[in-house]
Design a protein around this ligand. Structure first.
Ligand SMILES: C[S@@+](CC[C@H](N)C(=O)[O-])C[C@H]1O[C@@H](n2cnc3c(N)ncnc32)[C@H](O)[C@@H]1O
Length: 294
């Protein structure tokens, strides 16, 4: 484990800036410092493509976690790292009143288009700009990582006593039949690839449970979350992948042309006549509660 300075517990004024204290926390080996203000550069640069190609491919995950959390009318739900907000739109269809936060201003703009009535903020998940005990449910879809454990303290703070938390993280990627679909991210520079490994550490056996218990959550339960990306052809897959943050990091290293070419080449090997390209990837979910009345 590496001891790194980590931004934790910042003021609610930190909607757009980095205001607050630096504390030390224990992070997995390989973790790179995280500056949320740089996130939009990677995640927001292709916001329309991310919103319309990438997010819809995650629909099974959203539906399954909302179902496991029993999201319903009367819930006040916060989605942490809400991206372009498709999951929030689906939660509202179940009757929840919705809020969301993401570091990418351009993705939040799409989320607001999709959910005009939702309370959406641009900001850092380590400094949630809401008061204590505001929400009955907090979700996060591959938004809280082994490299961002401080975000869980903030999540607990904004949940009511007995509030429900649902998180998803990548599971055992190498053992997944669709592992090939994430392989182009490994074109990034070595430290970035090591950081990707540190990010997915929450999914390892026992790790997420321990981190959640340490953050003060109870009734921690691990669930399997269905996840299968489907694309009509290799070019659409490559374009979709290129709209994500980890792709941006790889593109910085090898250039966009090579990234797209490698992604397409990989996908062609998995093409089957008359069928969509399909990549099933293991995703792990965690359900937990805050202490107190239900
Ligand atoms: C894997 S994407 C998930 C997005 C969305 N939940 C979805 O299902 O498509 C990770 C998201 O985390 C956001 N993000 C990264 N660091 C953040 C931070 N410190 N605070 C808030 N959001 C952050 C990115 O902008 C991106 O939208």
């Amino acid at each position: 484990m590496t001891r790194l300075p980590c931004v934790a517990r910042m003021s609610a004024r930190a909607r757009h800036g980095l205001i607050g204290s630096m504390t030390e926390t224990t992070l997995p080996e390989g973790t790179l410092p995280h500056d949320w203000r740089m996130v939009d550069e990677g995640w927001g640069r292709r916001s329309a493509e991310f919103a319309t190609l990438s997010e819809p491919a995650n629909c099974r995950e959203y539906v399954a976690l909302h179902h496991a959390l029993d999201v319903r009318a009367g819930d006040r739900l916060l989605d942490v790292a809400c991206g372009a907000g498709l999951a929030l739109e689906l939660a509202a269809l179940r009757g929840a009143s919705c809020a969301g936060i993401d570091a990418s201003a351009r993705l939040v703009e799409v989320a607001q288009l999709r959910s005009p009535d939702a309370d959406l903020r641009v900001g850092d998940m380590h400094a949630l700009p809401w008061g204590d005990a505001t929400f009955s449910v907090v979700s996060s879809f591959r938004g809280v990582w082994g490299t961002t454990p401080g975000a869980l303290d903030e999540t607990r703070r904004v949940l009511v006593p007995g509030g429900r938390l649902g998180l998803t993280v990548w599971g055992h990627i190498k053992a997944s039949p669709g592992a090939w679909a994430l392989a182009p991210f490994r074109l990034a520079a070595d430290p970035q690839v090591r950081n990707q490994a540190a990010m997915v550490s929450l999914g390892r056996p026992g790790v997420g449970e321990q981190v959640l218990a340490r953050a003060g959550f109870t009734d921690v339960r691990r669930i399997r979350v269905p996840f299968a990306w489907e694309f009509p052809d290799p070019a659409t897959y490559a374009r979709t992948l290129a709209s994500t943050g980890p792709a941006y990091v790889a593109i910085q290293q090898v250039g966009e042309e090579r990234f797209l070419a490698e992604a397409e080449r990989t996908a062609v090997e998995h093409r089957r006549a008359g069928l969509p390209l399909r990549a099933e990837i293991e995703v792990t979910g965690f359900l937990a509660r805050t202490e107190g009345a239900r």
